[in-house]
Design a protein around this ligand. Structure first.
Ligand code: GLU
Ligand code: ZN
Length: 527
């Protein structure tokens, strides 16, 4: 069978973890079976629609490196792939269901519907209702075809509702959840398929499109499970075969509640701003509700596609572990070459003003703090113009790349490079005197140690590598009866402006002897 599946987002919000998990699983499933992955925009809800969300969708998937085989932007044989461009089709199919007596015209006013909803809810709450039903009362279901046609002709407003067969139950198989059976009488009574303005509802547009687009498998979040019986009834009403279903386990926070802003970042924009690498995010998301190989954590997209199968999905909800995601990011950072990592960190460093602030100093006051939600398009991204801060000079660029080995092992987020490497690009202020004093020592001793350290700056800065520098300073310390730690500590503070810093020897090599000596002299003068 030629597999075809789809990601069918409604552009009513930013792309978030749940959405990209659905997209990724569909992508991997299609790739694992040599099938096609399709993007379809379900923009039937015009009140919540916003073009910026469409842009956010494209930006997100471009950043993640996930491509669809067919979609609004790339086209394909069964387009258009945007539902708002298919409205005539849905009308035609709604009319077909009317003709088949599987749907009917409802002429109820909004006021009437509100009133009966209220009444039914009240009755339900008081337990005085014989029925457990809420929602529509099937008022228009009994109107004869001729009368209904006449009323439509005279211009009366109407919606089209599905005629759910009563007294039956609907069965379908879910790949993960097994056989599912719903009593039709328990379903939302006769849901609207076509609204009075001629727009389709989600249910109608979704199944007409899945059918016309030849979708063989529907992999979607479990929150859609309750719509599926309805969809199965509609397929039967049309006389179509329904796709295979697999409802994906929910994504939860550590507290077992549905993942939401309360738990941390959920929109992909936020993760991107926080300095995540797309491969790390994809790798982690691919494991949300699926297990592949024992003992293997790191997978490329191709490796995932080679291993993915519906049988590897877990029934239990997936717990989103931010710490684990951080771990992945660190792993991916360490896999990058220095040049690649510098390229990735650069937009964040520019934005942070590492290479100097842009002329307008007020701009830095507007700098969004980490974790703040930005409107789409405000995301720093490689290759795009930074929002503030100067671009590096060629020399700064060289230093930045050369400094990557100093931080690579401990970097968790791309934006941290700027904080960690600030001392290489501007002289740090000389710290307070006590910062220079090693344990069990006093200020005169610290000054004397720093003087001794000064003599070592040139040979250390000119050493070929860390091993050379280390051998040299160790030997010197031994010969002169000084503790290595005591010797290095004041020197580190003078050079980097902090007790805790990236490795000293590498820093000295990058700064060069002249700049390093100037810093030591400045510190000595201050002490
Ligand atoms: N438009 C729906 C959504 O926003 C699609 C659900 C489905 O996959 O059927 O997720
Ligand atoms: Zn009605």
């Amino acid at each position: 069978m030629q597999i075809r599946d789809r990601y069918a987002p409604s552009p009513t919000g930013l792309q978030h973890i749940g959405g990209i998990r659905t997209a990724l699983f569909n992508y991997l499933f299609a790739k694992s079976r040599g099938g096609q992955f399709i993007l379809r925009l379900e923009d039937t809800d015009r009140t919540r629609f916003d073009l910026s969300f469409v842009q956010n969708l494209y930006d997100t998937f471009e950043w993640l490196g996930i491509k669809w085989d067919e979609g609004p932007d790339v086209g394909g044989p069964v387009g258009p792939y945007i539902q708002s461009e298919r409205f005539e089709l849905y009308k035609k199919y709604a009319a077909e269901l009317i003709a088949k007596d599987k749907a009917y015209y409802c002429f109820c006013s909004a006021e009437r519907l509100d009133k009966i909803r209220e009444e039914r809810e009240k009755a339900l709450a008081e337990g005085s209702s014989g029925s457990h039903e809420t929602g529509y009362d099937r008022h228009c279901r009994g109107i004869g075809a001729a009368e209904a046609a006449e009323r439509v002709k005279t211009g009366e407003a109407y919606t089209i509702r599905l005629k759910i067969p009563l007294g039956e139950s609907t069965k379908f198989h879910d790949h993960l959840l097994g056989d599912i059976e719903w009593k039709n009488d328990d379903m939302n009574p006769d849901p609207v398929l076509l609204k009075s303005d001629g727009f389709p509802t989600y249910h109608l547009a979704n199944i007409v499109d899945d059918h016309l687009m030849g979708i063989t498998h529907v992999l979607r979040a479990q929150e859609w499970l309750s719509s599926t019986p309805l969809h199965v009834i509609m397929y039967a009403a049309f006389g179509w075969e329904h796709p295979e279903y697999c409802h994906l386990p929910m994504v939860m926070g550590q507290d077992g509640k549905k993942l939401s802003k309360r738990h941390g970042a959920t929109s992909i924009d936020e993760f991107r701003r926080q300095g995540y690498i797309p491969e790390a995010l994809l790798n982690y998301v691919a494991l949300l509700g699926a297990s592949y190989e024992e003992g293997k954590d790191i997978y490329t997209l191709d490796e995932l596609a080679a291993r993915f199968s519906l049988d590897k999905l877990n029934k239990a909800p997936a717990i989103f572990d931010y710490k684990k995601l951080e771990w992945y990011n660190g792993q991916y950072i360490r896999m990058k070459s220095d040049a690649e990592l510098a390229e990735l960190c650069l937009p964040y460093a520019i934005e942070a003003g590492l290479f100097g602030n842009a002329g307008d100093t007020s701009a830095s006051g507007n700098a969004p703090s980490q974790g703040e939600i930005l409107s789409p398009g405000e995301v720093p991204s490689p290759g795009k113009a930074p929002s503030q801060g100067e671009v590096p000079s060629p020399e700064q660029r060289r230093i930045f790349t050369a400094a990557m080995p100093l931080i690579k092992e401990r970097l968790v987020f791309l934006h941290e490079a700027a904080e960690k490497l600030g001392y290489l690009f501007s002289e740090p202020p000389v710290p307070a005197a006590e910062e220079f004093i090693p344990k069990k020592a006093d200020l005169p001793q610290a000054v004397s140690l720093l003087r001794q350290g000064r003599d070592l700056v040139k040979p250390l800065a000119e050493a070929a590598d860390d091993a050379g520098a280390e051998a040299f300073i160790k030997e010197w310390a031994e010969k002169n009866g000084v503790k290595l730690g005591d010797l290095m500590m004041p020197l580190r503070v003078a050079i980097t402006g902090a007790r805790v810093s990236p490795p000293l020897f590498g820093s000295l090599r990058i700064l060069g002897a002249d700049k390093a000596l100037a810093r030591v002299d400045r510190a000595l003068a201050a002490l």
